[in-house]
Design a protein around this ligand. Sequence first.
Ligand code: SF4
Length: 336
Amino acid sequence: MGEVDLKQEIARLKRERDAVILAHNYQLPEVQDVADFIGDSLALSQKAASTDAKVIVFCGVHFMAETASIICPDKRVLIPDLEAGCSLASTITAEQLKAWKNEHPDAVTVCYINTSADVKAECDYCCTSSNAVKVVKSIPEDRPVLFLPDMFLGAYVAEVTRRKNMYIWPGECHVHAGIRPSLVLEMLKTYRDAEFLIHPECGCTTSMVYYFGNGNGCAVNNNSNGNGNGHGNGHDNGISCNVKFLSTEGMMRYARQSSARRLIVATEVGILYRMKKENPEKEFIPISSDAVCKYMKMITLEKVYRSLRDMVYEVKVQQDTARRARRAIERMLAIN
Ligand code: SF4
């Protein structure tokens, strides 16, 4: 079946099944085209919770479909490919987390949304890159914090909150870890008129926050603006440092508002399709064309079609795990 036919069949099956298609910002362009809603993992979960549709086809990676299932246990959540995992989420298991908690019995545990349901069930709070700063700030200062699993996001939060009692799990996403400081500095020199949007999961984040926050004429905004994002503006030795640290949804919002004609984007390249579509008058350049998540790209149009046709693959979280994981997610939402 060609792309046009597949898209038509998907639209027909969607009506027949009373389904909604949710797609992450990093999905393939043709998958984004058939989606009813595109966003980051939190926005998609919130969309899942508010939809009246009986079936959710989640075009993203496994932990995201699990999160949708945790939030709306009465709906049928399908993922078009069960192999669509996440290198970051797989850096920690529930057993490893239990052992870590035993070493720090007084600590409050904060997990990034990129974790399995089993890991979320062991945590006090969940967070996303847009609200991680806010969640950590809400924890009494005398309580140690175990932050997992992303070490770059953790280091960013520790820097912005100036918190000294944060223990950070050494996990990383293979895509974002590849975005190194040297790459950003090179691009800063090349595109002096551009604005730089950096996801806090990136391997350059810690040094960039340090660079822009320490004696380089740029200031990191340490006041949480509700998005938990910092930014630096200024110049050092002729290098532009018009840099913003933003979640993927924060990037989308910023791209709309910015008066810059050219923006450099440091995250997975899939987001550029939506950015260009929504802002055709602006130029978006990926910091690296190698920043591709192979797991996200496993979801193809063909698999979305098969998912709706055969109602596969259902993602269901065991009841008790879902209940405990939901508690961590609801605590996060209460802070928002
Ligand atoms: S880009 Fe990284 S964090 Fe996001 S799903 Fe892929 S592996 Fe996981």
